[in-house]
Design a protein around this ligand. Structure first.
Ligand code: BJW
Ligand code: ZN
Length: 243
């Protein structure tokens, strides 16, 4: 593991273009539950009850209850050294893109700027009637929050299963993956598409791909580097020379 970290630090030093993809694992050390695995959100909630457009159409109160619980939880915690290390990396690389699947807003709070939130951000809400998107950081949005402009029902500004990602944002994410020298895949199980395919697209175009995760994933076998351990420990080690 020590050798791998030093070799990867060397690759980072020589990379002009770095793209990073993060998932729920990077926020785990802040106290945000991941989705899959023991202690994961999907152990207590059915995906089909709270994270599909059909679920929202059927029972918007239940879906809002789920998001209010997460808003409340995340409003009480903050970013961790893993998020901070990616801010440091961004400052030292000319061409840097951070793609996150997370909707918790912690990368932005930590100071990341070249950021693509491909699954949205749950501190924003969309009106189901007039489509207006607004920021609302309330810990609790109530059971059926309404648009101040038209009175329509609001929904979290996130991408649920079966919904298409914003074409402009996913296009930028694909471009950043296909045009980098190094791609870091951090804290994601690598099973949700289209995010999961970004690492393969980077590799197909000749990038070095490196995974940082506390356990092996279906993607580990395809990686040039597999660093096993918590992101909040490994990422700061990778950028320690930049501080
Ligand atoms: C640590 C750690 C520490 C812990 N340090 N590591 C092609 C084939 C098959 C299916 C599809 C396909 N294309 C599309 C689909 C359908 C579907 C899909 O992918 N299904 C698969 C699951 C089978 N995709 C979609 O529907 C997407 N839409 C789409 O593609 O539209 C077009 C289309 C539709 C339908 C058919 C075909 C095309 C949309 C996906 C939206 C995902 N939305 C969610 C909810 C967002 C809102 C919210 O959060 O409330 O996004 S689901 C959930 O999963 C969330 C996450 O962003 C996403 C990924 O999860 P992530 O981040 O990987 O978390 P975990 O929990 O899985 O993993 C955590 C990892 O961290 C683990 O590996 C741990 O080991 C690790 N870890 N602590 C480092 N300290
Ligand atoms: Zn409206």
């Amino acid at each position: 593991m020590e050798k791998n970290i030093n070799e990867l630090k060397e690759v980072i030093t020589h990379s002009k273009r770095i793209t990073v993809l993060t998932g729920a694992g990077i926020s785990a050390e802040s106290g945000v539950p991941t989705f899959r695995g023991s202690g994961g959100i999907w152990r207590n909630y059915q995906v089909t009850d709270v994270a599909t457009p059909q679920a929202f159409a059927r029972d918007p109160e239940l879906v809002w209850e789920f998001y209010n619980w997460r808003r409340d939880l995340i409003s009480k915690i903050t970013f961790n050294p893993g998020h901070k290390a990616l801010v440091t990396l961004e400052k030292h690389v000319n061409d840097f893109t951070l793609i996150t699947q997370n909707v918790d807003g912690l990368h932005r709070e930590a100071g990341s700027q070249r950021l693509l939130e491909i699954h949205g951000n749950f501190w924003e809400v969309t009106c189901t009637k007039c489509s207006k998107v607004t920021m609302d950081r309330s810990q609790n949005m109530g059971t059926l929050p309404k648009c101040s402009q038209c009175g329509g029902l609001l929904r979290p500004h996130v991408i649920w299963f079966g919904e298409s990602l914003d074409p402009d944002i996913i296009h930028k994410a694909i471009e950043a993956s296909q045009n980098c020298d190094l791609m870091l895949i951090v804290g994601t199980s690598g099973v949700v598409q289209p995010a999961a395919s970004l690492a393969y697209q980077a590799k197909a175009e000749g990038a070095v791909v490196a995974e940082i995760n506390i356990e092996q994933t279906p993607q580990s076998g395809h990686m040039d580097f597999v660093l096993t351990g918590p992101a909040g420990k490994i990422l700061p080690m990778l950028v320690e020379d930049f501080n």
